[in-house]
Each structure stands twice: as C-alpha cells, then as structure tokens.
Write a protein of this length. Structure first.
Length: 286
C-alpha cells in the first residue's frame, strides 16, 4: 500500500513533456474528491514553470465526476511565460475524457501596495477543539463500509470544526463555519504547501450552503458536486502549522450554492481566499 500522506499524492509522475499522472485516493464519497484534482493539477503545472515563480491564483471547472479507483492524467499547456508572470492551462483526463480544467497563474514575488480588510474570527484555539475524525471513529458502526475503509485517507489532514454539530443529524444554522486545519507533515517547498492547501480547500466548503436548510451531505436524496472553484494565494504558507478556514455562503438557489472562504494563519494574516459554486440538487426516491 502506498504511503498515505499528501506529499505522495502530490508527487506527479512525468510521462512526457507537459504530461503527468497522479494516483487517486478513495475518500468514501460518491466520486473522486475535487480537492485531489485541484491539488494535483496545480502540482503538475508547478513542474513546468520557470524557477522562482509561485502561484498566486487558479480558476477551475469540474466537467465530469472522476473515478477514485483510477489514476488521473494531467495535460499542462504552456500558455505564456512573460517577464514576471506565467500562465498554464491544465486539463485532467480519465478514460479518454476531460473531467476538469484549470487555468493557473504564477508570478515572480515582488513588493507592492499592501492592505488587509479582513478580520480573523475570535474562535477557540485548535488545541481546544475536537478533531473531526474523532466523531467518525466514535460512531464507526453507523458509517458505510466504504466510508470506514476510507477513514485512513482523511488522516493526512488534522481538521477541527469549531462548534461542530452532528454531521449525520444536522440542525438549521447560519451559513457560516470556522475550521482549523493543518497537514500532518512538513512540505519541502512553497509549491507543495500551495498544492496541499488547494487540496484541503475543498473540505467542508460547499456543505456550508446546506446549513440554513438543515440537510446532511450524506442525505440520500441530495446530489452535490463542485461546478467551479477559484483560489488566490496572498502570502507564503506553512501548512504544517494551523490555519483557520472561515467559510460563508451568501447565496443558494437554482439547485446551486455559492461559498466564499478565507484562510488565516494564527497571527491573523489572510494568506489565501477561495470561492466555489456547486450543485445542490434534491431528488425524489425512486
């Protein structure tokens, strides 16, 4: 069995110039975890950029559900290498079909005008918050066999939801949440830290839109899927240190939910911002 850590998942096998392959993890969801595809796509693009340039943003669309039991091939197109910026377009391929597209932009770090108009929420310290996985370990008999088998693939991240309720029996609440998270390993460079944070940014994200409706992500009559996901990196990060992920859903409607996320380090510095729209469709029992 492969080592279950993020650095292994994000170690892309080079097949040809601009062509890479990544292995898959089955996290117990209905389809391939979207965070995996984003993290691996960014990691593949990072292998093709001039030295010294780091990602400052990416924008992505999910086209088809991925198969968690098969690897994913990433085709990286060199769109442009300018004086200080580089642009890459990445498509993820399974079974001969494009399942995902990303456009990522990279920049040589430089000084410039700077401000932060975002306050870190006042929440308990991560040491005082129960790890999310502990809840599932305590009620493992209520989980499906597939989810029980998948728990080990959730352990590379330490995720702790502030004021977490029972995810299997949700109550109606405001569409916002705060989650502490960090990786259970150190990464060799800023590229891997960014790719790992891209992976983690999909955890608990779209589910924020369900909170005003009191519906569990595991509701058998609910179909959820990411439509698009964008991310901006503002400062260098060390993802083996705690980050607070604040998510807010300003809108849901038309079978879609919209969510905005902000990552703060423990000093209150806004290090990254995310946006996502996803499908939230209720279906009738057949």
């Amino acid at each position: 069995m492969q080592n279950i850590n993020l650095s292994t998942l994000l170690s892309m096998e080079k097949l040809e110039e601009g062509l890479f392959r990544g292995q898959s993890w089955d996290l117990g969801f209905r389809a391939l975890f979207g965070g995996q595809v984003m993290g691996q796509a960014l990691a593949a693009a990072q292998r093709t950029i001039p030295e010294g340039r780091i990602s400052h943003s990416f924008h992505s669309y999910f086209l088809l559900p991925g198969d968690a039991n098969k690897p994913v091939v990433y085709d990286v197109e060199n769109v442009r290498d300018g004086r200080t910026f580089s642009t890459r377009r990445i498509k993820a391929i399974q079974n001969g079909k494009n399942i995902f597209y990303m456009t990522a932009s990279f920049q040589l770090p430089e000084e410039g005008l700077s401000h932060q108009y975002a306050d870190m929420p006042d929440v308990p310290k991560p040491e005082d918050v129960k790890p999310d996985i502990k809840f599932y370990e305590d009620c493992i008999d209520q989980l499906s066999e597939r989810m029980r088998e998948a728990l080990s693939y959730h352990r590379p991240l330490d995720i702790r939801s502030v004021n977490a309720g029972d995810p299997l029996k949700p109550e109606i609440s405001e569409p916002e949440r705060c989650v502490w998270m960090k990786a259970n390993e150190s990464f060799a460079n800023i590229h891997l830290n960014q790719a790992a944070l891209a992976y983690a940014s999909d955890y608990h994200f779209l589910a924020t839109s369900l909170q005003p409706h009191g519906i569990s992500v595991r509701n058998r009559n609910l179909r959820m899927a990411t439509i698009d996901h964008a991310m901006w990196f503002h400062h260098p990060i060390k993802f083996d240190e705690w980050l607070l992920y604040k998510t807010v859903s300003p809108f849901s409607g038309g079978a879609r939910g919209l969510v905005r996320g902000q990552f703060f380090n423990q000093k209150g510095l806004l290090v990254a911002t995310t946006m996502q729209e996803g499908l939230m469709r209720q279906v009738e029992d057949k």
